[in-house]
Design a protein around this ligand. Structure first.
Ligand SMILES: C[S@@+](CC[C@H](N)C(=O)[O-])C[C@H]1O[C@@H](n2cnc3c(N)ncnc32)[C@H](O)[C@@H]1O
Length: 263
């Protein structure tokens, strides 16, 4: 059995993330983040919380190169295999191991909600930016504006337990414009904007969505196939658009893009 890394992730979990979550959810956000960061050829760009490199790979296409940075060696292992020519470095955003004023842009997709002190993390991102450099982050909107996940969290609470439901809700806990403006209000950053963006997710079926969330996100081996079916049935009742769908689903999954400029 493989050993979990500092993020509690194994190489298998990282492969699961790349195989299931990137095509279902994350693949559509790099273009929006790159556009907000106005990345140009030869820019020095840091992707913080790069995971398996979904955003880093797209940055390389625009800038010519990029540095990917993540706490999880398991995620970085997948990223390095997918993109052997890119520099991927392990570490914690709380202490970025880069000199002041090293980058033209720092980008980050769906990472800040996992960091104990996000304001301090944003301070680190600002520190490594050159004057005029841009920081851009993707952050999920709250469950109030992501109704399928809201229904999924509550169905999981009813069938499994509070802890599993709260873990599933965790990525959506930072989706508040005032909270985000405060987090990015650090010395040296100005022109802070928080823009809502409509996104979507696609899964082969309602059962697949539930199974992937339980097995590849919660890593909950103890949840049985029968419980997954029960959660899916409850989700169909709570989110009536799914009531009669047995095949592929596509549903709204909305995020904010936060942007600020250094100096
Ligand atoms: C939901 S994934 C997003 C990955 C990638 N940005 C994407 O769009 O697919 C969040 C990532 O943040 C990383 N992460 C969490 N806390 C971190 C920290 N303190 N420092 C650096 N990376 C961190 C995790 O290891 C994980 O790879």
């Amino acid at each position: 059995m493989s050993t979990p890394d500092e993020m509690g992730l194994t190489p298998d979990a990282a492969l699961g993330y790349e195989q299931f979550f990137v095509p279902a959810i994350f693949h559509q956000w790099p273009a929006k983040i790159i556009s907000a960061a106005a990345i140009m050829e030869n820019d020095d760009v840091l992707d913080v919380g790069c995971g398996t490199g979904a955003l880093t790979r797209e940055v390389v296409k625009c800038a010519g190169s990029a540095t990917g940075f993540d706490l999880s060696e398991s995620m970085l292992g997948v990223a390095r295999q997918a993109c052997p020519t890119v520099t991927f470095q392990q570490g914690n955003v709380a202490e970025l191991p880069f000199d002041n004023s090293s980058f033209d842009a720092v980008v980050s997709a769906f990472m800040l909600m996992f960091v104990p002190d996000p304001k301090q993390a944003v301070g680190q991102m600002q520190r490594v930016l050159r004057p005029g450099g841009r920081v851009v982050a993707g952050i999920w909107q709250g469950l109030d504006n992501n109704p399928v996940y809201d229904a999924l969290v509550e169905s999981t609470r009813e069938v499994v337990d509070d802890q599993s439901a709260d873990s599933m809700a965790w990525p959506f806990t930072m989706g508040d414009i005032g909270k985000l403006e405060d987090i990015f209000n650090v010395d040296g950053l100005s022109d802070i904007s928080v823009t809502p963006h409509d996104g979507y997710a696609e899964f082969p079926s309602v059962e697949d969505l539930v199974g992937v969330e339980i097995q590849a996100w919660l890593l909950a081996d103890s949840v049985s196939a029968a419980q997954i079916k029960e959660i899916a049935a409850k989700l169909r009742r709570k989110y009536s658009d799914f009531a009669n769908i047995d095949g592929p689903i596509r549903f709204p999954l909305n995020a904010f893009i936060v942007r600020a400029v250094s100096g």
